[in-house]
Design a protein around this ligand. Sequence first.
Ligand SMILES: NC(=O)c1ccc[n+]([C@@H]2O[C@H](COP(=O)([O-])OP(=O)(O)OC[C@H]3O[C@@H](n4cnc5c(N)ncnc54)[C@H](OP(=O)(O)O)[C@@H]3O)[C@@H](O)[C@H]2O)c1
Length: 318
Amino acid sequence: MTEGMTYRRCGNSGILLPEISLGLWHNFGAGSDAEECRAMIGRALELGICHFDLADNYGPPPGSAEERFGRLLKQDFFMRRDEMFISTKSGHLMWPGVYGDWGSRKHLIAGINQSLRRLQLDYVDVFYHHRPDTATPVEETVSALVDIVRSGKALYIGLSKYPPALFRRVCGMLKAENVPCLLHQFRYNLLDRECETETLPTVQQEQTGSIVFSPLAQGMLTGKYLGAELPPLSRAADESSVFLDEAKVQNAAKRVRELQHIANKAGIPLTQLALRWLLRRQEISSVLIGARNVTQLEQCAQAAGQAPLPDDVLRALG
Ligand SMILES: NC(=O)c1ccc[n+]([C@@H]2O[C@H](COP(=O)([O-])OP(=O)(O)OC[C@H]3O[C@@H](n4cnc5c(N)ncnc54)[C@H](OP(=O)(O)O)[C@@H]3O)[C@@H](O)[C@H]2O)c1
């Protein structure tokens, strides 16, 4: 059973993605509550959220999100594997020594093999190069990605955080090998609109799909940090979470307060507003959220399949 999810075509491909996808960067590591993880995966599937996004380094510790997901998949969801679209990535630091990161053939082939072992899968649906590597010849990275698809370890290739010119070049090289890039993954939210200038037009020109991460600016666009104290159970209050802290929350507070005001005036919760605003752009195939629990997941999922935001609200958001 799926509850009213809307799906979008992923670029010029045969793949449909749910408007809201679930990322496992946080809350699926070794220290997370296995029952909550199981509940989130189960509820996601009920809601029609069939796309789960992982990377080798998600945890903490690195690798543990893939292990957790792999165990749950095997125990509880294996019969539903073909309903699911599962991605993973390599490129960020994963193991010690000179082969543990970036974009060499050595790193990427070891990376996919390790991920498949942790996930207990024969293949993933998408394998991403997690970040560009300007020191490795791009031909080497591309040939490794092509070989990963040809060996059956991934069905499609994705690129993450590639700058526009390099993205265009690599898309051309992959197309020439008949392994077209399926998806570009990059950051986009109401506090960070950098991708609007070049990345989004490039994705459209290349006719790939696009999936945007940190749509809630890691939780800031829920309005939860507007109080005097950091909520104790929150990413900014968690010392192991190095990409969001009190200083970042304070820097963004003025703009988030303005956005909260617009949301109140429109009668739309800020979380919904932030996600629906991203979905206004048809070239975005899916919005990739994170969730701590089933309640957060359900609140985010409600943004799918909604009417476009009214013009006055869009104008107020700029
Ligand atoms: N390619 C890349 O380099 C890259 C980089 C970053 C992320 N990603 C992908 O994108 C996914 C999403 O990124 P993200 O986790 O930064 O996304 P996000 O949706 O901006 O932030 C998710 C966090 O916001 C908070 N939240 C979500 N819904 C909420 C609600 N209804 N009420 C209150 N708080 C709520 C939760 O944090 P707390 O409850 O803990 O505060 C949750 O973990 C990742 O899992 C990963 O798959 C990829």
